[in-house]
Design a protein around this ligand. Structure first.
Ligand SMILES: [Zn+2]
Length: 299
């Protein structure tokens, strides 16, 4: 009897340790880098993670462009830091590769197409999903977490507020509820999940920093990357979708909080000033098409 009890206690302790290990808290490392003394990452690669056509631009520019088609890019970024690799966002699911019907998060509004798989693009530089130590996601919309399931050996890094949000009860907006349900399905139960609270220095040397920019979703984040030759680059996530929206502070109607969205755009503007940073806007197709694509990279 006693032996059984001891075994049960040992099991509970082991389960608890595994759970804690699976959701390591990065709280203690939270901070923005020193612009002068920040460390550097070696390489930043852009991967083509899909493109999409939406039938009503006014969702992203409320009051304007009603019923007008708009094309967006979807971008993932791969960062090399010493011997470690970090992937930023995972794009449209590989299952939709070359499917003429495409794939969708909100079928009445937007259709995504994928011309090249993430796996094939990694292979172009001699890598496979199992080589990626960490996958950080800007937020949980399907076009950003579509391939999280490929990275079963990686630690998935996201804001705790985002994780809590997708597991919270539905709200009044059907589109948002639909996006939350899809997020739960695509994210699944990662073996290793790192939930962070606010700004977080990923490698502990100021080279790569998760920056809290809520508003598009409650736990949305952007990424500040420091490179030796290119200086500081901010990867937007969806803090903004189009250059013009950034210039005019325009907030898409799908965003969960308008005031937070505006505050986050202001925050990015301050970061650009502080770090003399460039802003790469994930879905702005015109800008994206002008950027280097793997196997080329920024260093
Ligand atoms: Zn998006």
């Amino acid at each position: 009897m006693l032996r059984q009890k001891r075994a049960a206690v040992a099991f509970v302790v082991i389960a608890l340790v595994l759970t804690l290990e699976g959701t390591r808290d990065a709280n203690a490392r939270s901070k923005l880098p020193d612009p002068v003394h920040a460390g550097v990452a070696e390489k930043l690669y852009r991967l083509d993670c899909g493109h999409s056509l939406a039938n009503d631009e006014s969702v992203w520019t409320p009051g304007e462009n009603v019923g007008r088609d708009i094309e967006f890019s979807s971008t993932c970024w791969l960062i090399k830091h010493k011997s470690e690799w970090l992937l930023w966002d995972t794009g449209v699911p590989e299952a939709s590769l070359n499917d003429p019907k495409g794939w969708s998060t909100l079928p009445k509004l937007i259709v995504y197409h994928l011309d090249k798989s993430l796996t094939d693009q990694l292979a172009e530089i001699g890598m496979k999903p199992g080589d990626i130590g960490r996958v950080a996601i800007s937020h949980t919309h399907g076009d950003h977490i579509g391939n999280v399931g490929l990275f079963t050996n990686s630690t998935i890094v996201m804001q705790r507020a985002e994780y809590s949000w997708i597991h919270s009860p539905n709200g009044p907006n059907e589109n948002v509820n639909q996006l939350m349900a899809l997020a739960r399905k695509l994210l699944g139960m990662p073996k290793s999940l790192e939930l962070v609270d606010g700004d977080t220095d990923v490698f502990g040397d100021g080279s790569v920093t998760l920056v809290s920019t809520p508003g598009h979703t409650p736990g949305h984040q952007s990424l500040l990357v420091h490179l030796k030759n290119s200086g500081f680059i901010i990867l937007s996530g969806d803090v903004v979708h189009l250059e013009e929206n950034f210039e005019k502070n325009i907030v898409p109607s799908l965003n969960t909080d308008k005031a937070e969205s505006i505050a986050s755009m202001e925050r990015v503007r301050r970061l650009i000033a502080t770090y003399q940073a460039k802003l790469f806007i994930n879905h702005d197709k015109t800008q994206t098409d002008s950027l280097r694509l793997l196997p080329a990279f920024y260093d």
